[in-house]
Design a protein around this ligand. Structure first.
Ligand code: ADP
Length: 622
């Protein structure tokens, strides 16, 4: 018996005592090794016509002895190969293992650890193998960390046969499941469907006995070899051969969705990294999409072998809704190859993917508005978050993909469309925030904007105003909240009139501000209110909507406060009433101030500051 090298022993120990839940990946690893071995012999068969080219991988379940066998007719191994390949774990693998804080799950889950992963499910592994062009066959046997033995044996044909003696079932894990037909079939479908060689196993089905009558059918169990995998990845087929229905079916199967996707994005990239990508925009956001439980990621294949179900690193957060498959021959399958290099490859793929997806979204917006809007209704929030997060790092990539509701057109518009439709005298992009479109429509300031022929973007999502703050401008037009705008100051005549009246009201306004003891930063007259006597606006960095959003966040303690401005309509009879109260009864004015302030809060969708004083002062007045 030979001992494993120290580092190999550590990895073996890890495998043998693994509590990793995804033990089933061992089958994928063995199948992909078999497929690699066949690849090598296939290459030789191009020049050596004596090679049997009926390439296949076979899985045999021996229930009686609790054994699972994976056979291939690939290149095989000789004694030296066994020693080198199975007796030691490649240098890069051990290097990775030395990295601190690498959890078992990360280690196994991300890369798999090839042949050794079989020790997660097996007590004993026996390898019988004969190398192409050689006479002798060898047997490698190991029951774990103590060591391994290599002996001579006999074997028909080239290739490798790996026999796993499965561990005994425990309360926590049923290893014998791996001998069940359904399990084998589903694992091959799940992980190895696109392996280019047939993966065969004996399948027993109950069939009608030949000759038995239709009235009284008799059945018998018939065992036949069946190919479990489809062998050709959809994304490897020429585009012309793949129908939209095929893609939709594939999507639904692969991602367990009941609805057809809104769009598929299907492309090949060749260059620094070469890969095929088959991506989808789902029709519906998953129920947990906007929660922290949602996990983004694309299925990652290396040459038709799945290596990761959700590779997070391939997608930026704002594209988390994209589902799909990436298959690259530049990626290695196992930990035993260069991990750092692999990381770089993944990054390179992610960069080109992002560009491509954004390009496709833009195209969709231009060419199929209806579908884009459907997608935007589901996932637009994600794009908006993308604009805003990381201090707006991605805003330029996304600003043309986001849409807002146009108050004038009552539909979604892009910023570019908004700017194009601006009348010549309009200098800024106006927006208004509120709980929903109906409520925004009722905001006091909207009326005036409409009168002037300005469109207003209605913003109902919490993130909206943060997005416009971070964008700051679009095509050199600044964003401006209608709440912070006094449209009546636009025309000279109106402006002069307001200024005159404000001078006249100076003391009244100061007294009101005083009465509100710090709750507002300013009290002023406005000429633009039509229906309402008062409204609340803000100045400074934080708007009233932002105050609402920030205070509704967990752990906010409601401490955020906008600098509020109480605006009083100069044209409303209430203005004169206030003046009169100032001159005759200052106590009364104080009460008026509180009632008006609280009313303005209500109009803005803010809660009443002090219900008690509001009600008592209101009843006093009445
Ligand atoms: P990796 O596949 O990443 O190299 P493994 O531990 O799975 O790591 O396998 C180590 C090596 O053993 C492989 O590189 C290959 O050379 C050899 N090997 C494994 N399985 C087979 C097989 N079925 N046929 C031929 N060679 C194999």
């Amino acid at each position: 018996m030979k001992e494993f090298k120290t580092e190999s022993k550590r990895i073996l120990d890890l495998m043998i005592n693994s509590i990793y839940t995804n033990k089933e990946i061992f089958l994928r690893e063995l199948i992909s090794n078999a497929s690699d071995a066949i690849d090598k012999l296939k290459f030789i068969s191009l020049t050596d016509t004596s090679v049997d080219t009926d390439f296949k991988i076979e899985i045999v379940a021996d229930k009686k002895h609790g054994k699972l066998i994976v056979k291939d007719n690939g290149i095989g191994m000789n004694e030296a190969d066994l020693e080198k390949n199975l007796g030691t774990i490649a240098e890069s693998g051990t290097l990775a293992f030395k990295k601190e804080n690498e959890s078992e799950k990360e280690l196994i889950g991300q890369f798999g650890v090839g042949f050794y992963s079989a020790f997660m499910v097996a007590d004993k592994i026996e390898v019988r193998t004969k190398k192409y062009g050689e006479e002798k066959a060898y047997r490698f046997e190991s029951s774990g960390a103590e060591g391994y033995e290599i002996t001579e044996t006999s074997k028909d044909g080239f290739g490798t046969e790996i026999t796993l003696t499965l561990k005994k079932d425990t309360d926590d894990y049923k290893y014998s499941d791996f001998l069940e037909q359904y399990k084998i079939t589903s694992l091959v479908k799940k992980y190895s469907d696109y392996i280019r060689y047939p993966i065969e196993t004996d399948v027993t089905r109950s069939k009608k006995k030949e000759g038995s009558s239709d009235d009284k059918p008799e059945y018998e169990d018939v065992t036949e070899k069946e190919i479990l995998n489809s062998m050709i990845p959809l994304w490897k087929k020429p585009k012309a051969e793949v129908k939209d229905e095929d893609l939709s079916e594939f999507y639904k199967n692969e991602f367990h969705d009941y609805t057809d996707p809104l769009k598929n994005i299907y492309f090949k990239i060749e260059g620094n990294v070469t890969y095929d990508a088959l991506l989808f925009i789902p029709a519906k956001a998953p129920y947990d999409y906007y929660s922290k439980d949602f996990k983004k990621g694309l299925k990652l294949y290396s040459n038709g072998v799945m290596i990761m179900e959700k590779c997070e690193d391939l997608l930026p957060d704002y594209l988390a809704f994209i589902r799909g498959v990436v298959d690259s021959s530049d990626l290695s399958l196992n930990i035993s190859r260069e991990i750092l290099q692999q990381d770089r490859q993944v990054k390179a793929i992610a960069t080109t993917l992002e560009k491509k997806i954004l390009g496709e979204l833009k195209k969709l917006l231009e060419e199929d508005r209806e579908t884009y809007e459907k997608a935007f209704k589901e996932f637009g929030l994600s794009l908006k978050f993308g604009c805003y997060e990381m201090f707006g790092m991605n805003k330029d990539k996304l600003k043309d993909l986001i849409m807002f509701y146009s108050g004038r057109n009552e539909k979604l518009v892009t910023l570019s469309e908004y700017v194009k439709s601006m009348p010549e005298d309009q200098k800024e992009i106006y927006y208004a925030c509120g709980e929903n479109y109906e409520k925004i429509k009722e905001l006091p300031k909207i009326e005036k904007a409409r009168e002037k022929g300005y469109d207003v973007l209605f913003m109902k999502d919490g993130v909206d105003e943060f997005v416009v703050k971070i964008l700051d401008e679009y095509e050199s037009k600044k964003f401006k909240s209608v709440g912070e705008t006094d449209f009546s100051l636009d025309t000279e005549g109106e402006k002069a009139e307001i200024e005159k009246k404000s001078e006249e009201f100076k003391d009244v306004l100061a007294e009101i501000k005083n009465a509100l003891s710090g709750k507002v930063a300013e009290v002023r007259l406005t000429g633009e209110l039509k229906t309402y006597p008062v409204c609340l606006s803000s100045k400074g960095e934080i708007s009233i909507e932002m105050e609402k959003v920030l205070n509704s966040m967990p752990n906010s303690e409601g401490k955020v406060s906008a600098e509020k401005v109480l605006e009083i309509s100069a044209n409303h009879p209430i203005a004169e009433t206030l003046k009169k109260a100032y001159e005759e009864d200052k106590e009364k004015l104080k009460k008026y101030a509180v009632v008006l302030y609280e009313s303005a809060r209500l109009l803005e969708g803010l809660p009443v500051d002090s219900a008690q004083s509001f009600v008592s002062m209101l009843s006093d007045i009445i």
